[in-house]
Write a new protein. Structure first.
Length: 205
């Protein structure tokens, strides 16, 4: 990987990456709009402090490990449902990511972590928690998150469980950067893992 991959002036030429980053950014903007319209609890000032960000990233480095380990185990499973998910991801995602630079993959993962967590955890889960017990809020936000990933019933179930896990991280640590960084780091690592373990021919199968 060349040093140019980390150049902040690097221009992303791939339409897929540009569209994906814009989509994730739009989810974050939607969260801001809905929070304003519905008067939902939002980001307290201390959540935006450098200390909060550093702590969130540090916790995420450990919180990502169980999700990554589970994803790798499921990817290696011989169960037809999990194999179907693996084939879908390789066919519809890896073919776009295989030629991406490190910077592009990091940008995509960060955009997904930030945009989706702003919408489903920072807005939706907090808004639901003003009306429902926190367990219900976490579960409903997780189900909504799973619905966004409506690829197959198995994929939705996995995404829903992941959403609930991220929601619990927000409840336990009361720091939005924990689920944001965990989500982003997981996405980046799982894509790197799949790229490293999948030959290019898998993208076409």
């Amino acid at each position: 990987m060349t040093d140019e991959a980390w150049d902040p002036e690097f221009k992303m030429q791939r339409p897929f990456l540009a569209a994906a980053v814009l989509f994730e950014a739009s989810l974050g903007l939607l969260a801001l709009l809905l929070a304003h319209l519905l008067g939902s609890p939002w980001l307290p000032a201390h959540w935006l402090s450098p200390q909060s960000i550093v702590v969130g990233i540090a916790v995420a480095a450990f919180a990502t490990l169980p999700t990554l380990a589970l994803a790798i185990l499921l990817d290696r499973s011989q169960h037809p449902s999990f194999q179907e998910v693996g084939r879908f991801v390789r066919r519809h995602l890896l073919s776009y990511c295989r030629d991406c630079s490190t910077f592009e993959l990091a940008l995509l993962a960060f955009a997904a972590g930030l945009g989706e967590e702003l919408l489903f955890r920072i807005f939706l889960q907090q808004w639901l928690s003003t009306m429902l017990p926190i367990v219900a809020a976490v579960a409903l936000a997780g189900i909504a998150f799973g619905g966004l990933h409506c690829v197959s019933p198995t994929y939705v179930l996995i995404a829903t469980l992941m959403g609930c896990y991220l929601g619990l991280l927000l409840v336990v640590f009361h720091n939005p950067w924990v689920p944001i960084a965990t989500h982003a780091l997981y996405d980046w690592l799982i894509i790197r893992y799949l790229l490293a373990t999948s030959p290019a021919s898998d993208d076409e199968s």
